[in-house]
Design a protein around this ligand. Structure first.
Ligand code: CP
Ligand code: NVA
Length: 306
């Protein structure tokens, strides 16, 4: 039996697999734009289990499956028997008998790993507190489209050392571009995650506390919300901690003149990013959002196609 192709984090993917996904995503995007009907996943089903809200992830996976000829099922965690305490392992075993792939958005990375260990079909991480691999693949695809290559680029990430930051770190490790993060000291990415990447990387992965120093000569500035899903009670405190980490015009002007500004969305305009920058000439934010669809179609085809 062939090993199943889980996508639990960028760290677990090889550089070759990531490159293949980019190439395929661009082909699928072209096909779609030209109006070609292409149904390689006819008869296949994707289950999507959400323990947190979503706009982009849900819609892009659901539409992606439809465009590939398959079916996607949306399940709210708490409306399944998981919400009443059925075990992760039994749920994974059961769902594997109906579905060809399962996407999960949940809190703990351990949950998704346990799910994947017990599922006999491939599992996709649709966001955990640790990482958001589908998002970063879409972001890198966007940079590749805009700049031709990731090689030689300096990317920066400004703000919270959260799931998005962790996926940027793994991406820099796998794809060998330089990455500088600027985070408040108390909100650094997980030390083991950063140090492992710094040890294994051939590119430079640097953590600073000053956003202006970080964006010097940067080709990419990316950011994310200061208050992730599940942290709502900490809102006031977090706004205070992050107030000097806003991506605004002044910060963008301190970077390379052709810098790309990125945000995984949803954005909190006026907090981590200003209207002016979000809607400005450097922003590729909605191209990024669109590319979720194309890269995830490549992922679905990679997992379930022949
Ligand atoms: N970026 C992202 O994953 O968006 P959603 O939370 O809307 O899915
Ligand atoms: N860090 C954010 C990303 C949302 C796509 C969160 O986890 O809420």
């Amino acid at each position: 039996m062939k090993p199943k192709k889980d996508l639990l984090s960028i760290y677990e993917l090889s550089k070759e697999t990531i490159e293949d996904l980019f190439v395929r995503a661009i082909e699928l995007k072209k096909k779609q734009k030209s109006g070609k009907i292409y149904h390689p996943l006819k008869g296949k089903t994707l289950g999507m289990v959400f323990e947190k809200p979503s706009t982009r992830t849900r819609v892009s996976f659901e539409v992606g499956m439809f465009q590939l000829g398959g079916l996607a099922l949306y399940m709210r965690w708490k409306d399944t028997q998981l919400g009443r305490g059925e075990s992760i392992a039994d749920t994974a075993r059961t769902l594997s008998r109906y579905l060809d792939s399962i996407m999960i958005r949940t809190f703990s990375q351990d949950t998704i790993e346990e799910f994947a260990r017990n599922a006999t079909v491939p599992v996709i991480n649709g966001l955990t507190d640790l990482c958001h691999p589908c998002q970063i693949l879409a972001d890198l695809l966007t940079i590749r489209e805009k700049r031709g290559t990731l090689r030689g680029l300096k990317a920066t990430y400004i703000g919270d050392g959260n799931n998005i930051a962790h996926s940027w770190i793994s991406a820099a490790l796998r794809l060998q571009f330089d990455l500088t993060l600027a985070c408040p000291k108390s909100q650094s990415p997980l030390q083991f995650h950063l140090e492992r990447a710094q040890r294994e990387a051939t590119s430079k992965i640097t953590l600073l506390n000053d956003p202006y120093e970080a964006v010097r000569d940067a080709h990419v500035i990316s950011t994310d919300t200061w208050v992730s899903m599940g942290q709502e009670k900490e809102y006031r405190e977090r706004i205070r901690i992050f107030k000097n980490f806003q991506v605004n015009s002044k910060l963008v002007e301190a970077a390379d003149k052709d810098v790309l500004v990125m945000h995984c969305l949803p954005a909190h305009r006026g907090e981590e990013i200003t209207d002016e920058v979000m809607d400005g000439e450097h922003s590729v934010i909605f191209d990024q959002a669109e590319n979720r669809l194309h890269i995830q179609k490549a992922i679905l085809e990679w997992q379930m196609g022949n």
